[in-house]
Design a protein around this ligand. Structure first.
Ligand code: PGA
Length: 268
């Protein structure tokens, strides 16, 4: 069984006051968070400690949005994995398309960050996804395959099960445009087939999230697909009501039974 994961990526929104207000609003809605669903919020670095304190007795997990690949040292402005663990983070986003595009993070750097996170028992949420032009050119499978293989290169079975993959087609991020449930499932099944070629049955335990304008209105359709194991949610996670609605939808769908999926064998 794969536990669904509903993760909020707050991006560069909100300092301490915003974080406190949003978390209070989420808690006030008393979302049901069962053993079957993981819920994660990823606020800004400066709000992490406050979020961890505020969520101390709740079932909501806290993650960071980025990590440096080195252990420590002269890297002005950067944050290390051990700092995140000390603060109380259990997850970290790695290779978000905004970081790939604006901060030139390439596949090799993303891979190093994954290794560093894993060495500190931080679960990486690795983002992959194609640009609009790449989809139009029919290169989306090839692009996602390259990103996925680079991210997982040389890792052990014990390591790969700690990793969550978020498929985020760049054209769907923050645009209001969402991949159709069919497009999402097709790509998720493809990613799982690539992982199965590398890691065999272990691939069945790896959670694959969809990200890109997920909201209450489309969450049910996306999350009910066989290989969509949760969501990485930007805009809609900044609104307590929307975020809690998505959590409730995930709860209603509960765990996914792992069944051999005929479409998981699709190839480029
Ligand atoms: P969005 O962002 O939900 O606002 O499209 C998703 C993401 O970038 O992780």
């Amino acid at each position: 069984m794969r536990k669904l994961l509903i993760a909020g990526n707050w991006k560069m929104n909100g300092g301490a006051e915003f974080t406190s207000d949003l978390l209070s609003a989420i808690k006030n809605q008393k979302p049901t968070i069962s053993e079957e669903v993981d819920v994660l919020v990823c606020p800004t670095f400066v709000s992490l400690s406050m979020a961890i304190d505020q969520l101390h007795e709740s079932d909501i997990l806290v993650g960071a949005q980025n990590v440096h690949e080195a252990e420590k040292g002269a890297y002005t402005g950067e944050i290390s994995a051990s700092m995140l663990v000390e603060a109380g983070c259990s997850y970290v986003l790695v290779g978000h398309s905004e970081r790939r595009a604006y901060y030139h993070e390439d596949d090799a750097l993303v891979h190093k960050k994954i290794q560093t996170a894993l060495a500190h028992e931080l679960s990486p949420v690795v983002c992959v996804g194609e640009l609009l032009a790449e989809r139009k050119e029919g290169r989306h499978f090839e692009v996602v395959k390259t990103q996925t293989l680079a991210a997982f290169e040389g890792l052990s079975d014990e390591q790969v099960v700690q990793i969550v993959v978020a498929y985020e087609p760049v054209w769907a991020i923050g645009t209001g445009e969402t991949a159709s449930p069919e497009q999402a499932q097709e790509m998720h099944a493809f990613i799982r087939s690539i992982l199965a070629e590398q890691f065999g049955d272990v691939a069945q335990a790896i959670r694959l999230l969809y990200g890109g304008s997920m909201k209450p209105a489309n969450a049910q359709e996306l999350l009910s697909r066989a290989d969509v194991d949760g969501g990485l949610i930007g805009g809609a996670s900044l609104d307590a009501e929307s975020f809690v609605s998505i959590i409730e939808i995930a709860e209603s769908l509960s765990t996914k039974t792992i069944e051999p999926n005929p479409s998981s064998t699709s190839e480029v």
